[in-house]
Design a protein around this ligand. Structure first.
Ligand SMILES: [Zn+2]
Ligand SMILES: [Zn+2]
Length: 198
């Protein structure tokens, strides 16, 4: 029966429904139908509301305070923050300088990380830049093994640059971005060569 493939039985309400009533997780359907999931969610929200207490003991000063003295926090069961507003603002003030420092540290770290990444991936970056350029110029034939081109870039000796023997951009002839059109030249040689065919 081919239509059975389009139907599933919900493990919660036991009803057989079309698969469009089921969410997917990866490429498998979830066992509960969307109606049951929605019901569960509504139930959860309503129990959260019901259980919000009139008062609560602050986790810092230990004083039993009115629920309006606490910030709301929907991620916890009673819907209230664990510290009262007064303790929370004191806490925030006491940690603000730590936060600033860690933010500074983090941003300088990520700068350092980016620089290190750039240094270690310079060769790979050149490969991608050349690849991008060649794609724009339509110079890479589809049959060309991309790995062999990449290897040429990755194995480029220091002080040398990868050069297109027949330039990709030339008035006379357009070279291809293929491995046998690549050679190593020093930067000075490469500049001297420019777009000329030598
Ligand atoms: Zn169901
Ligand atoms: Zn408090």
């Amino acid at each position: 029966m081919p239509e059975m493939h389009d139907k599933r039985t919900c493990s919660n309400c036991k009803q057989t429904k079309h698969t469009s009533f089921f969410y997917k997780r990866g490429n498998r359907f979830r066992s509960h139908c969307i109606d049951c999931i929605a019901d569960k969610r509504i139930q959860k929200i309503s129990t959260l509301k019901v259980s919000t207490p009139q008062s609560k003991i602050c986790g810092k000063c230990g004083i039993d305070k009115c629920s309006s003295d606490f910030h709301k926090n929907s991620t916890v069961k009673d819907g209230l923050a664990s510290l009262c507003k007064k303790c929370k603002s004191e806490y925030d003030a006491s940690v603000s300088h730590i936060k600033d420092e860690s933010r500074k540290k983090h941003s300088s770290n990520s700068k350092k990380y980016r620089r290190e990444w750039y240094e270690s991936n310079k060769l790979l970056k050149r490969f991608y830049t050349a690849k991008r350029r060649s794609l724009i110029k339509n110079a890479t034939p589809v049959w060309q093994d991309a790995k062999s081109i990449r290897d040429i870039y990755m194995n480029c000796p220091s002080g040398y640059e990868v050069d297109h023997i027949v330039p990709i951009v030339s008035d006379i002839v357009c070279g291809l971005h293929v491995s046998n059109n690549l050679q190593y030249l020093t930067r000075a040689e490469n500049i001297k060569k420019g777009n000329k065919l030598v």
